[in-house]
Ligand binder design. Sequence first.
Ligand SMILES: *Cc1c(COP(=O)(O)O)cnc(C)c1O
Length: 230
Amino acid sequence: MTSIAANLQAVRARIFAACAAAARAPETVSLLAVSKTWPASAVSDAAAAQQRMFGENYVQEAVAKIAALTTQENQELEWHFIGPLQNNKTKLVAENFAWVHSIDNLKAAQRLAQQRPAGLPALNVCVQVNVSDEATKGGVSPMTTLKLAREICLLPNLHLRGLMTIPAATTDVATQRQQFSILRELKENLNRDGLNLDTLSMGMSHDLEAAILEGATIVRVGTAIFGERH
Ligand SMILES: *Cc1c(COP(=O)(O)O)cnc(C)c1O
C-alpha cells in the first residue's frame, strides 16, 4: 500500500468515528482530498485508493493537473476549486471544475455564471463565510451572507449548494466547534428563509472531528492524506 492509500484509510476511519460520535450516517460526510502543491502522480495514487473528489487552490496548477489526469479511466474524478478566486481566472475555473467553494463576492459569481460552458452541468457553488472575523481571511461576514446567497440564486448556470468556512486555527476543540456552529446556524437560518442548501464545507486535517460534530457535509483534507506541504 502507498502511504497515500494508508493515510486515506486513516482519514476515513477518523470520519467514520466522528460520524458515530455525532450519531450521523457516514455517507452524509464526503471527503474532499486537497491536492494543492502535490503532483498528478499523488492524485493518481489517491484515485487508485478509491478517492474521487479533489480540491485545488491555484488555478494554473490545477488546470495542468486536471488535463494530465483526464483520461478514460479517470473520467469520474470530481474537481473542486477552494482557493481565492481572482477575476482574471474565473473562466478557467468555470471551464474545468465541478464545484467552487470560495465565492465571496457577486462579481465572481456573475463571471462564473456567464463563463460556464453550455453543455456542462450547472457549477455547484458555496458562499465562503468568515466566521472568525479575521481581516486576513476571505469570505463574507455572516450578516451579509443571505444577501449574496439570494443574488447567486438568481444567476443561471450556478447551483448554490451551501456555505464554506476556514475558521481561525486553534487546537481547542470547544473553540473549533463554536466557530463551526456559526456556519451551521447560518445555513439553518438561510433555509428557513427559503433557500435550499444541503452543503456545509468545513473541517480540515486538524479539526475535521469538530466540523463533523457541527454538521459538516464536506471535509477538506490535505496534509493528513498527502503529507506536509513545502
Ligand atoms: C489547504 C486547504 C485545506 C487543507 O488543509 P490541511 O490542513 O492540509 O488539511 C482545506 N481547505 C482549504 C480552503 C485549503 O486552502
